[in-house]
Design a protein around this ligand. Structure first.
Ligand code: ADP
Ligand code: MG
Length: 695
């Protein structure tokens, strides 16, 4: 049997495979491309393609695909086989450099937000050699970026790579001032992924889960998550079997799956990988979600990645652990050992503080989706207000820097940047603030607002670009400084002073915080339609343009896709609800009520003295509730029709939010009341008790 170190990465065309299979010169050229982003010439690409093909065929592959991440948030692939006919009626297996480097999928059906008219449907995919090719089933997958012929990004990867280049450029300017010998910096990410597992047989009976990924109806079961017995609880055998196979599959693909445990809600779990360079972590998170879903089916399970599959129990998120490291292995968000390292740490910290404050709106937008709207601010996930947790100790340090006062830590010191060594901050795991959207955890930040189904690309594009901008401003000041130490001190001090309103170490679930945040002038953008208009504000378009992450056209395209998608999604939910009420719930309760009415009559025929208190009361209640349900459903139908007719995308989305969603809640309320009084055998689909405790 093969050991884990032998199977790890066995389906990946990684560095060791390249070293083994490529001629020395080709390997060197590849290294230059991977490490320094140098262009690959066609000759080299041909050699790499051929080696890749031979390797893939040995592993059972027959096809290849350019694997990309369109703006739908999922991944896309179109498979081409390696076969090429010969004159004698046979075939040979071929794959050349051109096919490796560039692809031309007919792209007219991917959302472009108006960038590319359908008549000029061609788009192209371009190889991202920094993310290794891998084999999925019988297909060699080549990670690529996806652009229009005009060069506009049509995917999530292109702007992500651009944002990494932007932060690299600006961070290097700053590092140079500190005399660093680093050649490049990269942002790193470790995304913790939450998910639900439900039994497939039960799932198949629920139209809402099938069409929308979440339950639109369901009365609370007698037991929910109140006993808090699931978090870190013993993993049940069926789930464990799934997790084991999930790990194996991911390891073969080179994904560093590390931690697995039960989450807070029943049937909820989490998987965390070891962090990687941001674009690779993003590819890997997409792969993880895909493998999670596919593998669940094999175990007669369904993996739900929706942010809020069940009302009343916790939803699922994704924690984006983020840091910046140099090619020399220095984590720039780690307090250092020397005064100089500490000054550098404080400057990078100040850049993040300023970035989160000035671009709160972009961070909020980066996690905006109809699904995630159910979580943010619902006392289970961070509030919709973006704020930052730095811990009491670091806050005290920042305060003493700002005020120029004595820092009252374990050792009393006057904090002078570039002179003093920072106190050691304990990386405590016990009393960490779980309610903060953006928390410093010792040597990285944990951005906790992301929804479980979302690609992490967006959050990291915003984060990288915003921090790049602040580093750029800092570098502009310091590069022209004649008195480095003094100006550095002053820069850090004034940055903290101007942006400390974003720092909040208290309980983010507390109502008092909402009032306090308002006083501080922080944004509270509760829903997707509320926050999206900020995407196309002048300040944000300028930011993206300046750092060449997104052009104005590209920003508008993205804004439009998200806003349209929101409306489409709510429309599907409303229609599914209407369908379930009319075809399932109302017929079912009528049948039950009919049975009860028959019992009442039968009892009467036996003797008029037999009471039918229960039957009569339920028949009456069903009559009242179903009348209300029917009327509310009719109203939902007409509100949904109205929303759909509104041509302006932003107005339509807002109408869905203001009228359709509240009406959906009304419909649900009557239906859930009916569920409680209807005999189990009559209820047309599995209840929360069955689904949540089935696995
Ligand atoms: P916890 O949040 O439970 O304390 P850890 O701190 O061990 O867990 O890590 C959570 C995630 O953060 C993991 O995916 C881990 O790999 C990632 N992580 C650790 N260091 C870094 C870093 N420098 N950059 C990005 N992610 C990191
Ligand atoms: Mg964590």
């Amino acid at each position: 049997m093969e050991t884990l170190p032998q199977t790890f990465g066995s389906l990946v065309f990684n560095d060791s495979v390249m070293k083994e299979r490529l001629p020395k010169e080709t390997y060197k050229a590849m290294q230059k491309t991977i490490q320094n982003g140098e262009d690959l010439n066609l000759e080299v690409a041909n050699v790499v393609a051929n080696a890749m093909k031979d390797w893939a065929i040995e592993k059972g592959a027959t096809h290849y695909t350019h694997w990309f991440q369109p703006m739908t948030g999922v991944t896309a692939e179109k498979h081409d086989s390696f076969i090429s006919p010969t004159n004698d009626g046979h075939i040979i297996m071929e794959f050349n450099g051109k096919e490796l480097v560039k692809g031309e999928p007919d792209a007219s059906s991917f959302p472009s937000g108006g960038i590319r008219a359908t008549c000029e449907a061609r788009g192209y995919t371009a190889w991202d050699p920094t993310s290794y090719a891998f084999i999925k089933g019988t297909c060699l997958c080549i990670p690529t970026a996806f652009c229009s012929y005009g060069g506009e990004a049509l995917d999530k990867k292109t702007p992500l790579l651009r944002s990494m280049a932007a932060i690299n450029k600006q961070a290097m300017r700053v590092l140079k001032l500190f005399g660093s010998n680093a050649k490049s910096v990269k942002t790193t990410v470790g995304p913790e992924q939450e998910y639900f597992l439900v039994d497939k047989k039960l799932y198949d009976q629920r139209e809402d889960l099938i069409f929308t990924g979440r339950t639109l109806f369901g009365a609370m079961p007698p037991k929910g998550q109140e006993l808090e017995d699931h978090y870190f609880g013993t993993i049940k055998p069926r789930v464990q079997a799934y997790m084991n196979e999930l790990n194996e599959e991911l390891w073969k693909l080179g994904v560093l799956a590390k931690t697995e445990h039960n989450e807070v809600a029943p049937s909820q779990h989490e998987l965390a990988p070891i962090f990687a360079t941001t674009n690779i972590a993003t590819d890997h998170n997409q792969l993880t979600m895909e493998v999670m879903k596919k593998l669940a089916r094999k175990h007669d399970l369904v993996c739900l990645l929706h942010e809020k599959p069940f009302a009343g129990v916790n939803g699922s998120g994704k924690h984006n652990n983020w840091s910046i490291s140099t090619d020399t292995g220095v984590n720039l968000l780690e307090p250092g050992e020397t005064p100089r390292e500490n000054a550098q740490f404080l400057l990078f910290l100040a850049a993040v503080i300023k970035a989160v404050d000035e671009y709160q709106d972009l961070l909020r937008i980066s996690v905006a989706s109809a699904g995630n709207d159910h979580r943010l601010g619902a006392n289970e996930a961070p509030p919709a207000i973006v704020s930052m947790f730095v811990g009491d100790e670091l806050e005290a340090v920042l305060e003493s820097i700002e005020e120029g006062t004595i820092y009252q830590g374990k050792k009393k010191v006057q904090m002078k940047i570039g002179v003093d060594v920072l106190p050691k901050f304990p990386k405590d795991t016990t009393d960490r603030n779980r309610t903060s959207p953006f928390a410093f955890t010792g040597n990285k930040f944990e951005f906790r607002m992301l929804g479980s189904s979302e690609s992490i690309a967006c959050a990291n594009i915003m984060l990288n670009t915003a921090v790049a901008e602040e580093l750029c401003e800092f570098a502009d000041i310091l590069e022209s400084s004649q008195r480095f130490e003094e100006d550095l001190n002053e820069l850090i001090r004034s940055t903290i002073k101007s942006h400390k309103r974003i720092i909040f170490n208290g309980n983010g679930y507390d109502d008092a915080w909402i009032k306090e945040a308002e006083k501080r002038g922080l944004l509270n953008l509760k829903t997707t339609p509320d926050c999206l208009p900020y995407y196309i504000s002048k300040k944000n378009i300028e930011l993206f343009k300046k750092h060449e992450v997104l052009s104005e056209t590209e920003v508008h395209a993205r804004y439009e896709i998200i806003i349209e998608n929101y409306a489409k999604l709510i429309n599907i939910e409303a229609l599914t609800m209407i369908d379930m009420v009319k075809k399932m719930i109302l017929p079912a309760v009528t049948k039950y009520s009919d049975a009860l009415a028959k019992t009442i009559i039968a009892k009467q025929q036996v003797s008029s003295s037999i009471v039918s208190t229960y039957e009569c009361s339920v028949v009456r209640e069903i009559a009242e509730l179903s009348a209300k349900l029917y009327e509310d459903t009719k109203s939902l139908e007409s509100l949904d029709a109205k929303a759909k007719k509104i041509e302006d995308a932003q107005k339509s989305a807002s109408y869905y939010k203001d009228y359709v969603i509240p009406q959906m809640e009304k419909v649900r309320e009557s239906a859930d009341k009916l569920e409680v009084i209807t005999a189990k055998e009559y209820w047309p689909f599995p209840s929360y008790s069955e689904i949540l405790f089935s696995v």
